[in-house]
Design a protein. Structure first.
Length: 241
DNA sequence: GATTGATCATGT
DNA sequence: ACATGATCAATC
């Protein structure tokens, strides 16, 4: 048995999809084993494990550079933790926000639009009741921004970017935005990034990022049906009250 | 139970 | 430092 440490970048969309389909049904432990890795017992200290594992298995090229995961194809990879009914369990990080400049950026040129233009969604089992190594990978969905969805994202983005542009970033909470929201994105709450206040004066603000709400990604994945069904049957006593 | 704000690991 | 990959856990 061979033990590859990396996989080359897929050269075509068809190749990428074929690879992704071939991974569906595998557990994290099974996929990790192919790279001589051990799936962690929990994700508390390994939050990026699943994403990094799938990147590696699919031949994502970008590393931690600000480029699409599949550079030549212009496709972004996102794993999406879902429950037994296919509903997203977490929001999806999109990108960090250049606080001092976003007020002068237009939607067409925004990081959000670029990132979400084309996304390979890979649903994965995310319920905490399932041990991490045993969680399974679902069916991939190659998705493109449609005019309808773009209009919704743009609406939220313009509201949020507008607030920052006016110098009111400190007034933003995660409550704003129907599908897109802004939340902190930092090592801790003491991290600071340059921003501009209402008088045009620079100040140090908590770094923030754009996130897609779980309700929004659930719609996307449900609309195209992804994770068909992986043993949600076993009656191990999950009766809602 | 859902959501927001906080946090963790790794690579360049 | 700051980008990537996200989930945790307190709170609503």
């Amino acid at each position: 048995m061979t033990v590859p440490t990396r996989v080359c970048e897929p050269q075509t969309e068809a190749e990428l999809i074929a690879r992704a389909r071939a991974l569906s049904g595998l557990s994290f432990a099974e996929l990790a084993q192919r790279f001589s890795l051990m799936a962690p017992p929990d994700l508390r200290r390994a939050k990026g494990f699943v994403g990094a594992l799938l990147e590696r298995a699919l031949g994502a090229s970008a590393g931690s550079r600000a480029l699409p995961d599949f550079e030549t194809l212009g496709i972004e990879l996102k794993t999406l933790p879902v429950d037994g009914r296919g509903r997203a369990l977490e929001s999806t990080f999109v990108c960090t926000i250049p606080l001092a400049e976003i007020g002068e950026v237009e939607w067409q040129a925004s990081r959000v639009r670029r990132k979400l233009s084309r996304v390979l969604w890979i649903p994965v089992q995310g319920e905490r009741e399932i041990a991490v190594p045993e969680r399974r990978i679902g069916e991939p969905l190659l998705w493109s921004l449609t005019p309808e969805v773009e209009a919704r994202l743009r609406f939220d983005w313009e509201e949020l970017a507008g607030i920052i542009g006016r110098g009111d970033v400190e007034s933003i909470t995660g409550h704003i935005g129907r599908c897109l929201q802004i939340r902190p994105k930092a090592a801790d709450s003491h991290a600071r990034r340059r921003a501009i206040d209402a008088d045009g004066v620079g100040f140090a603000a908590l770094p923030r990022g754009f996130y897609l709400r779980a309700s929004f990604t659930s719609e996307i994945v449900r609309a195209h049906y992804a994770l068909s069904s992986y043993d949600t049957s076993s009656g191990s006593g999950e009766t809602p009250t």
